[in-house]
Every structure is written in structure tokens, then in C-alpha cells.
Design a protein around this ligand. Structure first.
Ligand code: GLU
Length: 301
């Protein structure tokens, strides 16, 4: 972090109330920022109105406050950032790496090339739209070269973006900007120096690094914490209706979150109020103790 102050962030999507799985990313990114005397920002990723739950953004913020997760500065709302995303799309167009694509999801899936995150784009419109077809989305061209980074929890990562993902969408067929673009623009605009988030986004990181290179933006450090899974092995997620955190009893969930994150909070602190748990957590936080795994059962610890 040469010359700059540490800046971390928590970026929930307002698809439902905060649950234990998303609390983990909030707690880890918060502690990581606070022990470095850094800034911790909150960004509401309200990029996709059809997936939003009414009132979820305000509810998430109220829960963060009840848990003692106090953020710095104004909350950023991605729903108000279209001009910045449009400027980034223009800049990508200037690099010559952007192209209009006419393919539907179905057509791409039918080509049957499996990748790390769904079907790989087969390159159909890379060199121009097929005759008679019109553009639906904008994609950015990938390279056959490996994108490598060293994750601060999961270790060294490398991905051949072209083979594992293919050229990916930055502007969607439904007229919305893609998460991959928005997150890169906002992490840079907020001066984020380190991203701490769930390992479900580990394989998105090479796409984000690719965009940072094309847009001439700095690459922050990345640390991906294990994703909490339930007894059936499924990720706890807002969209799958995971239980909302209880604002009246933050201590239990906070203790469990610290435990999940490998921090071994003292048993006598179980269910203690946040005002007692946070000083312990700040004094004892060691990110090296977070297990280097992509998933972990929510009940452990
Ligand atoms: N909005 C994403 C989520 O709620 C997180 C995105 C990020 O941290 O980059 O899972």
C-alpha cells in the first residue's frame, strides 16, 4: 500500500436482510481495516433492480449498526453510478477490446463448453456480429494468457481467462451494467487497497484484474474468506432465504463469526454485547488464522 492509507470495504447486494454468511465478510473486512487504522466503507450493490428486495438496503445498514459495524464516510449506492460505469465502457471501447454480442445465454450454453463459472463464451461475435443479428450486450475480449494473483488467504491463483471464462459481459442485454465492471470502477473510485470477501468471488477476481489492466486502474490486494455452507452443503445466501440476523442479539452471531474465521474467541464472551466483543476481536484479530478453504460448515467453531 505504498503511500496510501489502508481502505477496505463491504459490498452487500440488497437482495434480502443480512444473514450469517454475509456477516462473515463484513466482520473480516471491518477488522482487517480497523487493526490497520484504515478506512472501512460500505457499498450497496443495487445494480440489479429485479433481484432487489424492497427495503433490504436500509435493513442491512440498520443491522450493521446494531452489530457495531460502523462504516466511514457516505454509503455508496451503485444504482446512482451509471455515469461512471458509462465512462468506463467508453474507455474500454477506446482500447479496442470491447465488442457487441448478439448471443443469448441459451445459444452460449448450447455450444456446451463448460468453464469455471458456467458456460464459456465461444467467441461467436468477437470479430463482428453474424449477418442479420443485432447487438444485445457488450463483451470485453480476454487473452489466452494466465491472469495470476496471490490471494492473502487462499494462496497463489492463476486462470486462463479465455479458456476458463471467455470474453465476458460488461453491459448486459437488459441494459444493466455488469457486476464485474461496476465493482472494478467503484473499488478504484473508493481507493480500496484490500478486498476481503467470500471465496465464491475468487474466480471473479481474474476478470476484475483484467478490467483493471485495461482501464489503467490499480489492483488492490485480495483475501477471500471461506463461504459458510449449511448441513446440505449449500451456500447460505440471501436469495436462498438464509435466516436474517437478529438485531436484538448481535453477540451470538458475532462470536460465531469470529469462531468461523478461526479466531477462537474466549468462551466467556459468548453472546456478550458488541461493546465487549469488539475490543477482544480488535486485540486478537489475525487474518492468518482464517482457514485457507473455499467453504466451511456454518456450525463450526
Ligand atoms: N455484492 C456481492 C455479494 O453480496 C459482493 C461483491 C464483492 O464483495 O465484490 O456477495
Amino acid at each position: 500500500m505504498p503511500g496510501g492509507r489502508y481502505c477496505g470495504r463491504f459490498a452487500p447486494s440488497p437482495t434480502g436482510p443480512l444473514h450469517f454468511g454475509s456477516l462473515l465478510a463484513a466482520v473480516a473486512s471491518f477488522l482487517q481495516a480497523r487493526v490497520r487504522n484504515g478506512i472501512w466503507r460500505v457499498r450497496i450493490e443495487d445494480l440489479d433492480p429485479p433481484r432487489e428486495a424492497a427495503g433490504a438496503a436500509a435493513d442491512i445498514l440498520r443491522t450493521l449498526e446494531a452489530f457495531g459495524l460502523h462504516w466511514d464516510g457516505e454509503v455508496r449506492y451503485q444504482g446512482r453510478r451509471s455515469p461512471a460505469y458509462a465512462a468506463a465502457v467508453e474507455k474500454l471501447a477506446d482500447t479496442g477490446r470491447l465488442f457487441p454480442c448478439a448471443c443469448s445465454r441459451r445459444e452460449i450454453a448450447d455450444r456446451g463448453i463448460g468453464g469455471v463459472d458456467g458456460p464459456v463464451y465461444p467467441g461467436t461475435c468477437r470479430n463482428g456480429l453474424p449477418p442479420g443479428r443485432s447487438a444485445r450486450a457488450l463483451r470485453v475480449r480476454t487473452d489466452a494468457a494466465l491472469v495470476s494473483f496471490s490471494d492473502g488467504i487462499q494462496g497463489p491463483m492463476s486462470l486462463d481467462l479465455e479458456r476458463a471464462v471467455g470474453d465476458f459481459v460488461v453491459y448486459r442485454a437488459d441494459g444493466l451494467y455488469a457486476y464485474q465492471l461496476a465493482v472494478v470502477v467503484d473499488d478504484a473510485a473508493d481507493g480500496v487497497t484490500e478486498v476481503v470477501r467470500g471465496a465464491d468471488l475468487l474466480l471473479s477476481t481474474p476478470r476484475q484484474i483484467h478490467l483493471q489492466h485495461l482501464l489503467d486502474l490499480p489492483t488492490p490486494a485480495y483475501r477471500h474468506i471461506p463461504v459458510a455452507i449449511d448441513a446440505a452443503g449449500c451456500k447460505l445466501s440471501k436469495s436462498a432465504g438464509a435466516a436474517a440476523l437478529d438485531r436484538e442479539r448481535p453477540g451470538t452471531a458475532l462470536w460465531r463469526a469470529l469462531s468461523f474465521l478461526g479466531q477462537r474467541p474466549a468462551p466467556e464472551l459468548y453472546a456478550a454485547p458488541p461493546a465487549e466483543l469488539w475490543p477482544w476481536a480488535l486485540a486478537h484479530w489475525r487474518i492468518e488464522k482464517v482457514p485457507p478453504r473455499r467453504t466451511r460448515a456454518a456450525g463450526v467453531g
